[in-house]
Design a protein around this ligand. Sequence first.
Ligand code: GLN
Length: 499
Amino acid sequence: MKLYELTAAALSRLLQNMEVSAMEVVKSFLDRIAAVEPYIKAFVTLTPAEALQEARAVDLKRARGEALHPLAGVPVALKDCICTAGLRTTCSSRVLENFIPPYDATVVAKLKKAGLPILGKTNMDEFSMGSSTEYSAFFPTRNPWNLERVPGGSSGGSAAAVAARMAPLALGSDTGGSVRQPAAFCGLTGIRPTYGRVSRFGLIAYASSLDQIGTLTLTAAEGALLLGLIAGHDPLDSTSLPQEAPHYAASLEDSLKGLRVGVIAENYGAGFDPEINAAVENAVNLLKERGASVGEVSLPHSGYALAAYCLISSAEASSNLARFDGVRYGLRVGGENIADMFSRTRGEGFGPEVKRRMMIGTYALGAGSCDALYQQALKVRTLLRRDFASAFKDFDLLMGATTSAPAYKIGEKKDPLQMYLGDTCTLSDALAGLPSISVPGGLHSCGLPVGVQLTAPPLQEGLLFRAAHALEEARGDAPACPPLDLPLEGGCLEWNLRL
Ligand code: GLN
């Protein structure tokens, strides 16, 4: 078996036992990237030299007997909206195509301190607005399970990189489903933590009341380790919660006996692919076998979540993205006067979906429409929070499908509304600020993975990992790996490095 075929947990064990070096691990992933990336196109920027340098540093520390984080030497890929000092961070937008942040996001500083080599920055929908990675200004990313399909989005590059074994771990961001939906489409475990659980300092903002950084991994145990590393209070983010992160990995094996699980009526059943319903039922049965009791629950206002999400996220985006004006960051297109310069820079710098959302958001906040649109959306948000609060009186955990269908074809969803409608299962919990995880639910007969979603009360990420881990254990299979029948032509990347 090649090193890149192993899970992060297996690599961590080999590294800690000094059976392999971090250099060997990183080189193996670089070889895999060289062979596979030309077909998948998961990365906007690759950083092989920096990854090898970090690997060498970890190997030296280990040789000196220094105490290291269990993931030291295990490489990671980062969604390209997470700032990296001295390394281009584009948000897959023309407006930031050449933007080099002067500082690291807090999560990046934590990864570096723990010795995780960074392989590169992954492709995404521009400014995280989208569900397929087709709204990247650069290129679409392909789903490793079927190259004609989307990997999901907006963290599609991160998901595709892990699914194709080009990176064992990745970070993404989730505003309304952008970690969980690509995790489902690519057969991975993806968690969106509680709002405020992970610092967003250095995460380029889309919708600040919703954005959270999350992890994409092959297994729940690895998600627990990686989230444990990046979570915790950060004085640099005023929305960061004061609690320190618990040791998620320590409670993974705890029993599920007595756990009350509610299946969300709106996230399953009519209108959902029958095989996805079967995957939810199968997960229900596995949880029951492990001692959980299962009932049904309704979130009566979830039918309004999409409209509320569109208004709130677009309103916040219209304000957040005002900063890209050609003066302070990235692209500047010259004009006759300053207003002309702003207008040309923004006109050329942003893609159509980003413009659409900024216009919707500006309209929703306008003096004449704010009460009817934005304020109404905030009221719906409160109702959704109450729906969850009442569901959690009877249940410890809620579950359903992550998406109503498996990954669609690249180019298939031409109407943006059709694309938005695919996100209905991942919006309500995001609006309520709750932690939620997508776990692999097996393969559909079309050969694509499907996901099952679990949602917990605030700060109960440990419970999500525990249930996800129990599902994996009950199935007993190794994480599924796409067959990746690559065409022979298409080439291979060449690293210009002295390895
Ligand atoms: N797909 C959703 C959207 O288009 C969610 C995106 C996200 O979570 N960043 O906005």
